[in-house]
Design a protein around this ligand. Structure first.
Ligand code: GLU
Ligand code: ZN
Length: 312
């Protein structure tokens, strides 16, 4: 239950600062913002900089682009690399329940190992799961100075999980013993996202549908850590934007960032019209602001298919 005095809940957008946002990212951000604002939620921002270290330049330019298309957020953005203590504490908690083990496998080891009998392709085969302490010491010495990664020991019977997605319907996914912390000490995305969403009071997760396959892993972590989990947490995976070639929108599709488009004379306001049209929220010939979109946003009318950006 939300604490008295707090709004019902919160949505969020969580970009990785790896360059400028393209139309697909901007569209997902707009949908996340519309979901939150039209349901009276707070909307929070999180910079997912675990992989990149601090890339203040890219993050600042992403936030400026979001502002330019009328997206606002409550409070200061949360910076993921500043949350290291909470991430470590969560791993510690799992470890104290016997749910963590060291893995010394290289990518090559994993590819060469026979796959687990029922595991999905590419799943971790469990090589290091049941090593004795002596075997672990040998393995650690073998890879030194590299450090072992940490993996989740997925409890028996928990290796498949389904959830209800607001756009995709029921999604079923397999869960292998995925990485919680890499050998270089970087906390894995799945762990960080679950810990941070919970700490931020997020109860609505709207993001690209490329992340739908990660969601069963994240829900399992929520359960094991005793955090908020569906149905108290809503998932909406938004179909991605494709380029004219039919592949996922990318730089090769031409002007796809706000900066590119601006240089071609397309303003941020024009981009709002383009995105609103792609979400079936615009009548032809109309000009609308993001704020006006909030009152007419209708989640049930959202397109379930990818939007193909025709380019310019
Ligand atoms: N940082 C991720 C990305 O940019 C999104 C993570 C999430 O929304 O859970 O793809
Ligand atoms: Zn291993």
């Amino acid at each position: 239950m939300p604490a008295p005095g707090l709004a019902v809940g919160a949505g969020r957008y969580a970009p990785s600062p790896s360059g400028d946002l393209h139309l697909g990212n901007l569209r997902t951000a707009l949908v996340a913002w519309l979901f939150a604002r039209s349901s009276g939620r707070r909307f929070l921002m999180r910079i997912e900089d675990l992989d990149r270290g601090r890339d203040a330049g890219a993050a600042a330019s992403q936030l400026a682009d979001l502002t330019a298309i009328g997206i606002d957020w409550d409070g200061e953005p949360v910076v993921q690399t500043e949350r290291a203590e909470a991430h470590a504490a969560a791993i510690e908690r799992l470890d104290s329940s016997g749910l963590v083990y060291e893995c010394t496998c290289t990518r090559k080891d994993i590819l060469a190992a026979p796959t687990a009998p029922h595991g999905p392709p590419g799943a971790y085969p469990g090589t290091c799961r049941d090593l004795s302490e002596t075997e672990r010491e040998v393995a650690r010495a073998r890879i030194a100075p590299r450090l072992p990664a940490l993996r989740l020991r997925v409890p028996a019977g928990e290796s498949t999980l389904s959830f209800e997605d607001r756009l995709l319907g029921e999604v079923v996914g397999d869960i292998d013993d995925f990485v919680l912390r890499r050998g270089d000490g970087t906390v894995a995305y799945n762990l960080a996202v679950v810990v941070d969403d919970d700490a931020m009071g997020i109860d609505q997760i709207v993001r690209g549908d490329d992340l739908a396959p990660s969601t069963p892993r994240q829900i399992l972590l929520q359960r094991l850590l005793g955090l908020r989990t569906p149905p108290a947490l809503e998932y909406v995976h938004v179909p991605l934007v494709l380029g004219a070639s039919g592949a996922r929108l990318a730089k090769r599709d031409g002007a796809v960032t706000l900066g590119d488009l601006r240089r071609e004379g397309v303003s941020a306001v024009d981009v709002v019209q383009l995105l609103a049209g792609s979400l079936d929220l615009l009548t032809p010939g109309e000009r609308i602001s993001s704020t006006q979109l909030v009152s007419r946003f209708d989640p049930t009318r959202l397109p379930r298919e990818p939007w193909v950006y025709p380019g310019r």
